[in-house]
Design a protein around this ligand. Structure first.
Ligand SMILES: Cc1cc2nc3c(=O)[nH]c(=O)nc-3n(C[C@H](O)[C@H](O)[C@H](O)COP(=O)(O)OP(=O)(O)OC[C@H]3O[C@@H](n4cnc5c(N)ncnc54)[C@H](O)[C@@H]3O)c2cc1C
Length: 478
């Protein structure tokens, strides 16, 4: 099928306005939150599952790739059309279709913004637990594809723990349900396979999510440290004491500087690190847990450990934490967020190693992360305009990941593999592991057209060779 014939067919399916081909229209889809850029050839914005199915059938006939896209906040290049084809935006599938409080579920379309699920049920005393810091912008479809986490997943788990069922469109356009509205449907856990598959198996068009009851009491503690080692040891000691906070987040001195310059919330600029410890539950339990946590902070040398007096003070702390990535712009024109994991007990050592990497590559690194999960987010600050700097940034990022693996951790805690980390996946999995995963992919995507050039190393197993997109600068292709 010619390009023009495909465009005409897509226009007949989605309507003329919703098929974008001009450079000034498609340019906004060339990037996600990562450092990868590829100009899309065609962007389609279907309105419903029938249109999604028809677009997929057309793409199959034309033999072109399909790259699903939610809100484009991903940090691993997952929504970037690395091998061209059709960028399929799910942004118009944005309805909350059903809220069933007695059964504690909601059914939503993939373009629904994460935070809007909680907003829809908060007045009835419920919430949707996975809360990426990007929750005001990212979509539930993107969360499912990346199996996203957030500050509160320490206690509640990541997206896969909150998805009961999925409607998906397969490679031949068939629309099927995986899982359902009740837990533990019989047979293979295909819903579980789709969560975290980064758009490589099919298109998610409906999601049955679990709703949780708002806790009776929430207490949030801010602890201020003059030494990073003391802060990291506190994380180890709090979880070691058997307290599972709902959230246990850390910001280092550079991040505090960014927040206080960008959107100040009153964090102490001279501190080496602050911890936000949040506990939730029945009142007596949270009062006791927050006092135990406060005692551990003090024993580890916290200069200050104070509990937020009221909801507005608590919200201010979270505003600082959740706005931290955005505030990096106050320190540098560009930043590259890494995402690695270490066992919690290795937090003191990994933070020392990141400090060494920062010196070795002569780059500022701001750390803001889900410390309770051992999930790190070093933000490497740089200026794209400085010749050679980006290459050093990529090398520093790689050094961070190698350090995580050496310490018994992994190369991603929540942002996914995408383009960014596929060269590293071989450090975690052997050939047989990758072969098994690639066979699963082939069952759902025999032609390799769903989000190609993602997840698997290049060349992938089974003799399949992937072309390196010419318009990704070599230095960016890890
Ligand atoms: C400031 C900031 C803070 C962040 N904080 C966190 C955090 O705390 N925790 C965390 O986990 N992540 C975080 N992220 C990363 C990002 O927000 C998440 O990965 C999020 O889930 C991406 O959602 P999205 O809608 O933007 O997806 P996109 O970026 O559009 O796409 C992400 C992936 O999902 C696929 N996809 C999208 N929709 C579908 C669909 N319907 N069917 C199949 N595949 C699909 C895409 O192909 C791509 O591979 C942060 C990002 C930013 C910019």
């Amino acid at each position: 099928m010619s390009r023009n014939a495909l465009i005409n067919e897509l226009r007949a399916i989605a309507g003329e306005h919703y098929v974008l081909i001009e450079k000034e229209d498609v340019i906004v889809y060339e990037q996600d939150g990562s450092i990868f850029q590829v100009m899309p050839e065609i962007v389609v914005l279907p309105a419903n599952v029938e249109q999604v199915s028809a677009v997929i059938k057309a793409a199959k006939r034309a033999n072109v790739p399909i790259v699903p896209r939610g809100s484009g906040t991903g940090l691993a290049g997952g929504a970037v059309p690395a091998e061209g084809g059709i960028v399929l935006s799910l942004a118009r599938l944005d309805r909350i279709l059903k809220i069933d409080l007695p059964n504690r579920i909601a059914i939503v379309e993939p373009g629904v913004i994460n935070q809007d699920v909680t907003k829809a049920v908060a007045k009835d005393g419920f919430f949707y637990a996975p809360d990426p810091s990007s929750q005001a912008a990212c979509s539930i479809g993107g969360n499912v594809a990346n199996n996203s986490g957030g500050p509160h997943t320490l206690a509640y788990g990541v997206t896969t723990n909150h998805v009961l069922g999925l409607e998906v469109v397969l490679d031949d356009g068939q629309i099927i349900w995986l899982g359902g509205e009740v837990p533990d449907t019989p047979g293979y856990d295909l819903c579980g396979i789709f969560v975290g598959s980064e758009g490589t198996l099919g298109i998610v068009t409906k999601i049955a999510v679990r709703l949780m009851k708002t806790r009776e009491s929430v207490r949030t503690l801010l602890a201020v440290f003059d030494q990073m080692d003391h802060a990291t040891q506190t994380v180890v000691d709090i979880t070691g004491a058997g307290i599972i906070p709902a959230a246990l987040e850390m910001m280092d001195r550079t991040t505090i500087e960014a927040v206080e310059r960008g959107a100040p919330v009153g964090l102490p600029r001279d501190a080496e690190a602050v911890l936000i410890v949040e506990v939730e539950g029945v009142r007596e339990q949270t009062e006791r847990a927050v006092e135990v946590a406060r005692g551990i902070c003090q024993r580890n040398g916290a200069r200050e450990a104070r509990v937020a007096r009221d909801e507005s003070e608590r919200q201010l702390l979270w505003k600082g934490r959740k706005g931290a990535f955005g505030a990096m712009g106050a320190l540098a024109p560009n930043y590259y967020v890494q995402d690695g994991v270490v066992p919690r007990s290795q937090l003191p050592e990994i933070m020392r190693r990141i400090a060494e990497i920062s010196k070795q590559y002569n780059l500022r690194i701001a750390n803001v992360f889900h410390a309770g999960d051992g999930n790190l987010h070093p933000n490497i600050l740089f200026d794209m305009r400085t010749p050679g700097e980006l290459d050093r940034v990529v090398e520093a990022g790689a050094a961070t990941l190698r350090a995580c693996i050496e310490l018994g951790g992994s190369i991603t805690g929540e942002h996914g593999i995408g383009i960014e980390k596929k060269a590293y996946i071989g450090l975690l999995f052997n050939e047989a592991d990758l072969e098994a995963m690639s066979r699963v992919r082939k069952v759902f995507d025999p032609d390799g057209r769903f989000n190609p050039a993602k997840l698997f190393p290049t060349p992938v197993s089974c003799g399949e060779v992937r072309r390196q997109p010419a318009n990704i600068p070599a230095g960016l292709w890890l």
